[in-house]
Design a protein around this ligand. Structure first.
Ligand code: SAM
Length: 415
């Protein structure tokens, strides 16, 4: 086993759920998890090259580090470990005489001013020792860690290294960054598609990818989104190499989805076959689609989340909206039971409304359970309890601070 650290995204508990589901579902052998701040440390039975390949499949992971050393004590000990010889042998592995490097600190508790000062001097010391033989540059930031953009723009991974110093109380983990998230590709998938749907609201591609990873397993071949909107879930499923099927009650949404998927398959050179034959107009509370009714299909969807809200509603108004939405969601589950009895897993967004009287939830979980779909427990309760990113009933919350309609994410299973 080799130790890796994962920097979790803006919704850390959801990112962690994605990571653990991915490892379990893909049957990747791993050890116990050490979790603190936005860092997850875990032993995995895979070599760094294999782990680096996972980066593009994990929407919730910002950076992946390979841990080379662990010690307990004071920060100054790294001087003994990171000698110029070790740096040249294990960190700056490129063959050229040009080296760009940086140091990022992820620490709980925060590093002191004296520690940061010492680190800066240490980095300049390395530069000094190697400068006669190499053209060496130290990339610094006023903060304690470099962003993925800085790592990428300065080409630290292929022309030097981002050294990661991770601290949890007295324990230090020292390593180097293997990969950072491809922020350009996500932003292109988010903003450049030809037929966006600003009206229904757009699911962030990273969230769509996380939902697919929470829901799929090793035998999953296809993703079906019966509320496909502008096709973001399907777009991400296609990027993950899965077969895609979609439907929507609106003909405009069907057209948008087809346009967007055809655009992406050309852009990324993915041969997706005749996309238009796999996207159709249908009501998710009534339709059936025989070829999809197998355990190799998973459903991942963000149904209608209600009307856009301009002002924080009073609690009764929020309850009225949610009551109306319940019909649609329950109608979908009843139809699923009737027409897709072999589909076992469903990843879904539920709306949560921020009312003047606190958050209001879609109260249909008991009725959904009565139709035979029970919620999957993804992370152990000792990890999720008291986490602000988890609702009192165990759903993962996803929102921006100013949003009046939040997303609550569940995975349901039919036993
Ligand atoms: C929030 S949008 C989905 C956004 C989509 N996840 C995306 O990424 O673009 C909800 C969609 O549900 C569709 N919808 C509403 N009621 C429906 C129903 N009964 N059956 C199928 N689709 C429905 C709407 O037309 C809309 O496109």
């Amino acid at each position: 086993m080799q130790t890796y650290a994962f920097l979790l995204g803006t919704h850390p508990i959801l990112s962690l759920a994605e990571l653990m589901s991915f490892l379990d579902n893909q049957k990747i052998a791993h050890g116990k998890l050490v979790l603190f701040d936005s860092i997850a440390i875990i032993d995995i039975k895979k070599v760094p090259e294999e782990i680096a390949k996972l980066q593009n499949e994990l929407g919730g992971i910002i950076k992946i580090f390979a841990i080379t050393n662990q010690f307990s004590g004071k920060i100054f000990e790294i001087e003994k470990i990171l000698t110029p010889e070790i740096l040249l042998k294990d960190f700056f592995v490129q063959k050229s005489k040009k080296i760009n490097f940086g140091i990022s600190v992820y620490s709980d508790p925060d590093p002191t001013y004296a520690e940061l000062n010492w680190l800066t001097n240490f980095a300049h010391g390395i530069k000094k020792k190697l400068k006669d033989e190499y053209s060496i540059r130290y990339v610094e930031d006023r903060g304690w860690h470099l962003s993925s953009v800085q790592v990428e723009r300065n080409r630290l991974i292929d022309t030097g290294a981002e050294i990661a110093l991770i601290r949890n109380g007295p324990d230090f983990y020292l390593g180097k960054t293997l990969t950072v998230q491809d922020y350009r590709s996500y932003s292109q998938r988010d903003w450049d598609k030809p037929s966006p749907d600003a009206k229904s609201g757009m699911l962030p591609p990273k969230l769509a990818q996380m939902m697919i990873n929470l829901t799929r397993d090793k035998k999953t071949k296809a993703v079906y989104d019966p509320f496909c909107g502008s096709g973001i879930v399907l777009q991400e499923a296609m990027m993950l190499g899965l077969k895609i099927y979609g439907s929507d009650i609106s003909s405009e949404a069907v057209e948008n989805t087809i346009n967007n998927l055809e655009w992406l398959s050309k852009l990324k050179k993915i041969s997706a076959g005749k996309i238009n034959l796999r996207i159709k107009e249908a009501d998710a509370t009534k339709n059936d689609w025989k070829i999809l009714d197998t355990s190799a299909t998973v459903i991942v969807a963000e149904p209608y989340l209600g009307p856009p809200l301009r002002m924080t509603p009073f609690a009764p108004q929020a309850q009225t909206i949610l009551k109306e939405l319940s019909q649609l969601y329950l109608g979908f589950f009843k139809n699923l039971k009737r027409n897709f009895p072999h589909v076992q897993k469903v990843g879904m967004v539920f709306p949560v409304i921020r009312s003047r009287d606190g958050l209001k939830y879609l109260n249909i979980l008991d009725e959904v359970a009565a139709t035979g779909y029970t919620r999957k427990v993804i992370l152990p309760p000792e990890v999720t309890k008291k986490d602000a990113g988890v609702s009192p009933r165990g759903g993962f919350l996803y929102s921006r601070p100013d949003q009046l309609v939040l997303r609550e994410i569940f995975v349901f299973e039919r036993k």
